[in-house]
Design a protein around this ligand. Sequence first.
Ligand SMILES: Cc1cc2nc3c(=O)[nH]c(=O)nc-3n(C[C@H](O)[C@H](O)[C@H](O)COP(=O)(O)OP(=O)(O)OC[C@H]3O[C@@H](n4cnc5c(N)ncnc54)[C@H](O)[C@@H]3O)c2cc1C
Length: 355
Amino acid sequence: MEPRSAIPGIVALLADLHTSALAADTSEIWPADSIKRLNSAKVLAWSIPASHGGEGLAGGELLDGYEALAGACLTTAFILSQREAAVRRLLAGENAELAKTWLPRLASGDAWATVGLSQLTTSRQHQSPALRAVREAEGGGFVLDGVIPWVTAADQADLVIIGAALDDGRQVLLALSRGACGMTIDAPMPLMALAGSRTSQIRLENVRIDGSALVAGPAESIMAGRPGGVGGLETSCLALGHAGAAIEYLQQEALHRAELVPIYERFHATRTALRRQMHVLAAGSPSPQEMAALRVDCTELALQAAQVALTAAKGAGFLRSHLAQMWCRQALFFLVWSCPRPAAEGIIGRMLPLA
Ligand SMILES: Cc1cc2nc3c(=O)[nH]c(=O)nc-3n(C[C@H](O)[C@H](O)[C@H](O)COP(=O)(O)OP(=O)(O)OC[C@H]3O[C@@H](n4cnc5c(N)ncnc54)[C@H](O)[C@@H]3O)c2cc1C
């Protein structure tokens, strides 16, 4: 069973993204053409409700779309996923005015958004808060100091949804607009894969944000139980899509190498079962344990499929021009991106040598 996305124009879009995938992975140049293609195929409107100028696709259909994009170009799909995380925050937030201002612009591609939230979840948790916010006594604004360690598309975004800790330990989500006074975007980090994502650290020094930019909070552990949080179904979905590209390569090779047929068939069966599981979870209210279990399975599939594809591609697959080496490097991304502790422990558990 392949994802049956009925989204118009997706086949041509996937072909275009696939053509630029290797360049988007290796070069720090923003994949502007791929992003433009997303816009012309109306992908940027998928997740935004019709009331805000979007297409309002249903959850399962969205996952099908994200999975297909990840198979074509993981860099583009990942950049989009961070924008989608910002969209979900605006939709779930308590600030209708902010949603009204930004969502139509995001749906039409007139503005870009991303998130800088990991300092509240999976980054710097063993240290004092990376980003602190002080609420102003009058007017309800905030003054921010510290760093946002990971922001994909930082220098391309008009809006970054960020998370900060107040002195009393509660947390807030805020909308940080491009060019805020006291905001510095560092150069993109030299990544081992997904270089086109232009992921950077943002430093904030005495940055004042108006109270009208409050997206959610103050609250304890503000990210817990919110839609599209850390280790959400979308991260598993991208791992599944990425695995799919390597599995489809094995399928093509198996057409003239009989020994690869049973190998392809096993990967295909696992991919199909995991996709079914993802859609079952998406249709219900999955527990954190169920989400983590799916994330472990999808990450393992991405790692294994990429490495088996490289094994099948042999030395030719080790050349920088071959997609198999790209899939292997990219699969490692799922070990570190939005990977909460239960998922990380599950993955490590699968990799431990037999006693
Ligand atoms: C390419 C890429 C893009 C990303 N994009 C985004 C984005 O757009 N938005 C976003 O919010 N997040 C993003 N992330 C962040 C991601 O989701 C994780 O939060 C991040 O990978 C966690 O890694 P870290 O090095 O910050 O973790 P940390 O936990 O801060 O670890 C850093 C180092 O600290 C040390 N350390 C860790 N734990 C301990 C401990 N308990 N005791 C002592 N020392 C310790 C280790 O030496 C470790 O190497 C991105 C990550 C990557 C790799």
